[in-house]
Design a binder for this molecule. Structure first.
Ligand SMILES: NC(=O)c1ccc[n+]([C@@H]2O[C@H](COP(=O)([O-])OP(=O)(O)OC[C@H]3O[C@@H](n4cnc5c(N)ncnc54)[C@H](O)[C@@H]3O)[C@@H](O)[C@H]2O)c1
Ligand SMILES: O=C/C=C/C=C(\O)C(=O)O
Length: 486
């Protein structure tokens, strides 16, 4: 039976209240272990430790020393790769071959990418003329913002948490992380790595718990938190924004999506089918960038639907450690109930179920897991709730379209604005469409291809701000302008 403790000031601690909650594996609903729920006291200890660390050895380190430390953290994650892999797959149920390709490598890469960016990105300088003819020099100085609260979700736990911790620490801040209550393991394991690498105590802290009336709310409401970066549902983001407004703390928000996939008749059909199979069903559809709305140009519609159906019906379900498995369960029983409620709603709204729509017979202990069938629908009206609301499960709706103007309108007809995928061999058309889409990220003939130097984030209700490359620097640092009169 595992135990997941809070990690505060370099120590693993339980909670003064003695409150704990159970952590379960969604593959078969078995108990993984016990999580110690941080209360107000533990959150306060963590924020105070993070604040103190800014004045300690960490705050006095040079950029080069911080970069070296964070590169060591990345190397240590890779050395303990199998432990992180097992922990992540136990918590989420995802196939090991997916986590080994996406989650864990990015958990390490996020540290390296940002330590390099911060070390090499210049600050601005301007020489100005002055009336007396002697001139003046303006130059920018970036300083750490301070204590950053990191609130992360359960779908890509290590990746999405280090996507924030990496740049935060590279910029000289300290962090208090509140991972999702569903997935405590890898954030806790990273605490061991921080100690092994000699990251000073208080720089990286982890408090476990829930949102309201628990560690999440206590952290975002703490007056000594200097900024809050959040990834999760849009509605949660609204609540956190209200907390951040007290004391005018800056926020960075990565929220929900209802992402379109646009398939033109002149696409490479094999690529478009394979790409949509991934974008709609990888990670059991639990990816914010995932395709839940597919629009196919009418001449290709029937063939595309058939090809995607064939691909879905070849997905292999099973335990994470089985190398032949490419489809896992949803993250929890609660999320399974939510997704199944949408499966039911789809039929009530008039959908034709092309494949799936229910719960698979897993035939053994796995029947107790959070398994649902990968599902494809057609024939829903454009104003159906299934077309407007994020399901965050292994499902998509396919609709035909007849013109570029029509599909651009359909794609943009949503409150979200996170990502889109466009499939066509006509590059001029691809760019023409991409530039009209009201989203933060467009992939053309690809999906989830990631260059960590690029801007990452959503428009509309999908988020606020951009992370990635130099884009996060405005959030993770304060920029000061210094003007010297000659
Ligand atoms: N845009 C992105 O990059 C991105 C990435 C991954 C997931 N997501 C979105 O996240 C959602 C799925 O993740 P989830 O279910 O963990 O989201 P969620 O909003 O339920 O929870 C996210 C985190 O917020 C915490 N939280 C909840 N209420 C809180 C409160 N009142 N105060 C402080 N913290 C609180 C949770 O404990 C968790 O750690 C989906 O909507 C998905 O689209 C977006
Ligand atoms: O589920 C959402 C995935 C987000 C991915 C990233 O933030 C990233 O690739 O940096």
């Amino acid at each position: 039976m595992k135990e997941f403790k809070n990690f505060i000031n370099g120590q693993f601690v339980t909670s003064s209240s003695g409150k704990t909650f159970t952590n379960r594996c969604p593959v078969d609903n078995s108990v993984i272990g016990t999580v110690h729920e941080a209360g107000q006291q533990e959150v306060d200890m963590a924020v105070r430790a993070a604040k103190a660390a800014m004045k300690g050895p960490w705050g006095k380190m040079t950029q080069a020393q911080r970069t070296a430390l964070l590169n060591n953290v990345a190397d240590r994650i890779n050395e303990r790769f199998d432990e992180f892999l097992e922990a992540e797959c136990l918590d989420t149920g995802k196939p090991q071959k997916i986590a080994a390709h996406i989650d864990i490598p990015r958990g390490a890469a996020n540290f390296k990418a940002f330590s390099e960016t911060v070390a090499n990105h210049p600050t601005e300088a301007f020489h100005m003329d002055t009336p007396d003819g002697l001139g003046a020099l303006n130059y920018g100085q970036r300083t750490p913002k301070g204590v950053i609260a990191v609130i992360s979700p359960w779908n890509l736990p290590l990746l999405l948490m280090t996507w924030k911790v990496g740049p935060a620490l590279a910029c000289g801040n300290t962090v208090v992380v509140k991972p999702s209550e569903e997935t405590p393991a890898t954030a806790t394991l990273l605490g061991e790595v921080m100690n092994e690498c000699g990251v000073p105590e208080g720089v990286y802290n982890v408090v476990h718990g829930f949102g309201p009336d628990s560690a999440g709310a206590f952290l975002t409401e703490h007056k000594d938190v200097d900024a809050i970066t959040f990834t999760g549902e849009t509605r949660t983001g609204e609540i956190i924004m209200r907390a951040a407004s007290v004391g005018l703390r800056n926020i960075s928000m990565e929220c929900g999506g209802k992402n379109p996939g646009i398939v033109f008749a002149d696409c490479d059909l094999d690529k478009a089918v394979e790409g949509t199979l991934r974008s709609a069903f990888v990670n059991c559809g639990q990816v914010c960038l995932g395709t839940e709305r597919v629009y196919v140009e009418r001449p290709l519609f029937d063939e595309f639907v058939q090809r995607l159906k064939d691909g879905v019906e070849q997905l292999k379900m099973g335990r994470p450690e089985d190398p032949s498995v490419d489809f896992g369960p949803l993250v929890s029983q609660e999320h399974k109930d939510k997704v199944l409620s949408y499966y039911k709603l789809a039929v009530e709204e008039g959908a034709t179920v092309i494949t799936g729509g229910g719960v698979p017979e897993m035939g053994d202990a796995l029947n107790a897991g959070a398994w649902v069938e990968p599902t494809i629908w057609t024939d829903l009206p454009d104003d159906a709730r299934l077309i407007k609301e994020e399901v965050f499960g292994p499902c998509c709706h396919i609709r035909p379209f007849d013109s570029e103007d029509e599909v651009v309108h359909l794609a943009n007809d949503t409150n979200y604005g996170l990502s889109a995928a466009v499939w066509t061999e006509n590059s001029a058309k691809a760019s023409r469409i991409a530039e009209q889409l009201e989203v933060g990220l467009v992939w053309i003939n690809s999906w989830f291809l990631r260059d960590l130097r690029t801007a990452f984030g959503g428009a509309k209700e999908s988020g606020i701000g951009r992370e990635g490359g130099v884009h996060g620097l405005e959030f993770y640092t304060e920029t000061k302008n210094i003007c010297i009169k000659f």
